[in-house]
Design a binder for this molecule. Structure first.
Ligand SMILES: Nc1ncnc2c1ncn2[C@@H]1O[C@H](COP(=O)(O)OP(=O)(O)O)[C@@H](O)[C@H]1O
Ligand SMILES: [Mg+2]
Length: 489
């Protein structure tokens, strides 16, 4: 049995433990279950410090370490034991009268072995496990108090071909109040890379072609030609995303589609923009003022657009956290991509749940758009800094305020690089997401997300990232007014 005193060294060193959890005064085991001899499934609470009261799931096993214990995840004992439990539908009682319930899709544990796993950044704990020759990802959720819907979403989306197949999951039922907390999921490994990888490759291989003397018209042709090898893949990716949204809506619930609450969301955005306008961030005043004026004008234009669209705008379930790295692509022999969506956090799973109407597939499109904005601005800031022997925070600032006080040569170089990145992004967006950017719902969701990210960047004193937000806020001012066409329902 692990002593509470030994939990501190184990958990403070755990890579998945967030910073506030590390600063707990101590940790206490509040419940546990035994998974045979393979592992002890601990429910641990932080005592004292900024995360006091927060609970974590920590599977551990005996080991010849100073505390006599190590984390079990990824070990040759724990993985087959979990797979056995999933196939048996095991209901494991906990010490305090709760239970851990395992359920599976009929998988039989057979020659199970952990495989090495090269993966991107993760806030959870993932391992790769081979069962009977097929690789699976085993993800454990460590924070008990967050809302995790991923295992249920994977189960509901099973065999749509949009998400990796679900093989099983397990959930803790708290004896105190009967609440259920997902602890882990097994789902198929989808070989491939996030779509950010081919996009980054395309952006970077554009730079050697962006040379002095290029006119804006030239650049447009250059970028179009440069993107030609990716064009069909990006169109397919857009169709894949549309199909994903259709399947998600089909699996989560049919019935009447409620309207998206555009007015509520717009008033929250308007209030937020007003608050942020006076917030402190180390960026030049003139573009800041102009950016907030553009944001105010956008709010007003959208209010007018909604007033003249009485039919409203449809809601619909969405991914909820669509980073570029959550769209996995694997090149096939025919040149196309096999795609999968991962890491879903759809806000509501059915018409009966709160928040069902306040989601839209368009949110995911906007998430992709914003991700591409950060991505291209970052690449352009870095490339122009490299060319000019400057720092990327200076080039980012120059991109925001127009670099009016720079010498003409460097200024022209900076503008050329950022312009090329903007043209590249516009083409990628059009290929990937089509030409719907002027739809008022999309503009509203874009505005809301930009403000959300700007608030985060201001709160966390990230002027480099806030400069990207403000630069794109400024670009809103250059757009035509929102169309007042009646919306589709
Ligand atoms: N089914 C899968 N197939 C292939 N790679 C995966 C799979 N699931 C996760 N990954 C890899 O692990 C990374 C982290 O996974 P993700 O689900 O985003 O974790 P988190 O919930 O911690 O954000 C992904 O970006 C991807 O590289
Ligand atoms: Mg993720």
């Amino acid at each position: 049995m692990i002593r509470n005193d030994d939990l501190g060294p184990l958990l403070r060193a755990a890579p998945w433990m967030p910073e506030d959890g590390r600063r707990a005064e101590r940790f206490e085991c509040v419940d546990h279950a035994l998974l045979g001899t393979a592992a002890r499934l601990l429910i641990v609470a932080a005592v004292g410090g900024p995360a006091a009261g927060r609970r974590y799931f920590v599977p551990v096993r005996s080991a010849p370490t100073p505390t006599g214990t190590e984390e079990a995840h990824g070990s040759a004992e724990f993985e087959p034991a979990v797979l056995d439990a999933l196939s048996a539908g095991l209901r494991l009682p906990t010490a305090r009268g709760g239970h851990v319930l395992f359920r599976g899709a009929g998988l039989t544990a057979r020659s199970v072995r952990p495989l090495p796993f090269e993966r991107g950044w993760s806030s959870n704990v993932l391992s790769l496990v081979e069962n009977d020759g097929t690789p699976y990802v085993h993800k454990t959720y460590r924070r008990l108090d967050g809302t995790v819907r991923e295992p249920e979403l994977l189960r509901l989306m099973n065999r749509t071909g949009r998400t990796p197949d679900w093989a099983g999951d397990y959930t803790y039922t708290d004896p105190a109040d009967g609440t259920r907390h997902p602890l882990g999921v097994f789902y198929r490994y989808a070989p491939g890379d996030g779509i950010d990888l081919p996009l980054r490759h395309s952006m970077r291989s554009l730079w050697p072609k962006v040379t002095d003397g290029r006119t804006p018209g030239d650049l447009d042709d250059l970028v179009r030609t440069h993107l030609r090898p990716l064009a069909e893949n990006l169109r397919d990716a857009g169709r894949f995303l549309t199909g994903f949204h259709r399947d998600l809506a089909g699996r989560l619930g049919r019935g009447p589609v409620p309207p998206y609450p555009v007015r509520e969301v717009l008033s929250r955005a308007t209030v937020r923009a007003a608050e942020l306008a006076s917030a402190d961030i180390a960026l030049p005043t003139a573009p800041r003022t102009a950016a907030f004026a553009a944001l105010r004008r956008e709010s007003t234009a959208l209010r007018d657009a909604f007033d003249t669209a009485p039919a409203g705008f449809p809601s619909g379930p969405c991914h909820g956290d669509l980073h570029l790295s959550h769209l996995l692509c694997r090149p096939r022999d025919d040149g196309g991509w096999s795609m999968n969506v991962i890491d879903m956090s759809t806000p509501a799973l059915g018409p009966g749940e709160p928040g069902w109407a306040a989601q839209s597939p368009v949110q995911d499109l906007v998430a992709v758009q914003r991700a591409l904005e950060y991505f291209t601005a970052d690449e352009a800031a870095f490339e122009s800094a490299r060319r000019l022997g400057a720092d990327s925070s200076e080039t980012m600032r120059g991109a925001l305020d127009g670099a009016g006080d720079w010498r003409p040569g460097p200024r022209a170089e900076l503008r050329l690089v950022f312009h090329a990145a903007d043209v590249w992004r516009a083409h990628v967006l059009r290929l990937f997401l089509g030409r719907t950017a002027d739809d008022p719902l999309r503009r509203l969701l874009y505005l809301g997300r930009l403000l959300h990210e700007l608030a985060y960047n201001i709160d966390h004193a990230r002027p480099y990232h806030a400069a990207i937000d403000l630069r794109h806020a400024l670009a809103l001012g250059a757009r035509p007014p929102a169309p007042t066409l009646p919306a589709r329902t």
